[in-house]
Design a protein around this ligand. Structure first.
Ligand code: C5P
Length: 214
């Protein structure tokens, strides 16, 4: 069974997806980490972000997840992936159709055999249109920026609310308006506005919906 969870940043997607997978005994795939890993490799190799060279890196580089760490070309890039440079760069590499094609192929390969919760922007629309259970999480831009700000503060990184909101707007714009696989809920996705509800409540709702389909 494949469960997809899509939506913009700051909706609680990652935490919800991870916890849902654990509760169900499913595997978890963070597709954002794959775009971030390609962005990190481009920055490291000084390769232009929205380019064929970036697509070549996406096609040929090993990107693996082991015990909560992300390895790209044998390097542990886990911390670097959450940096503001990589966050911004990921939404630029993600605009390139061939970068997307390379990563979509890997995502289908990875989640092809076992039960998976796949999290991203296009999992229910493009990568797994046949998924048995699809969710799309939303929240107000202000609430999302506040959550991201609090998350960064926990790792000792302090960004002002206004700056967070500006960075987020820029990233949303790119994700919503790109030509290939723009951020959209699938027609058959269950849309949940998480602005005013707790993570526990979101989880309860997600788990109940999946269990109804098992
Ligand atoms: O989810 P996360 O914030 O880690 O994703 C980083 C960036 O990767 C997003 O802003 C988006 O541009 C891109 N992405 C994507 N498709 C996915 C997952 C992430 O385009 N399935």
């Amino acid at each position: 069974m494949i469960v997809t969870i899509d939506g913009p940043a700051g909706t609680g997607k990652s935490t919800a997806a991870k916890r849902l997978a654990a509760a169900l005994g499913f595997e978890y795939l963070d597709t954002g980490a794959m775009y971030r890993a390609v962005a990190a490799l481009c920055l490291e190799a000084e390769v232009e972000l929205n380019s064929l060279a970036a697509a070549e890196l996406a096609r040929t580089s090993s990107i693996t997840f082991q015990s909560g760490r992300t390895m790209a070309r044998g390097m542990d890039v886990t911390e670097f992936l959450r940096s503001p440079e990589v966050t911004r760069a990921a939404s630029i590499v993600a605009q390139h159709p061939e970068v997307r094609a390379a990563l979509v192929a890997r995502q289908r390969e990875l989640a092809g055999v076992l039960n998976f919760v796949c999290e991203g922007r296009d999992q229910g629309t493009v990568v797994f249109p046949q998924a048995e259970c699809k969710f799309f999480l939303t929240a107000s831009p202000e609430e999302r920026a506040k959550r991201r700000m609090d998350e960064l503060a926990l790792c000792g990184k302090h960004v002002s609310f206004e700056e967070m909101l500006t960075q987020q707007r820029e990233r949303d714009e790119r994700d919503l308006n790109r030509d290939v696989a723009p951020l959209r809920p699938a027609n058959d996705a269950i849309v949940i506005d998480t602005t005013a509800i707790s993570l526990e409540e979101v989880l309860k709702r997600l788990e109940a919906e999946v269990r109804r389909r098992l």
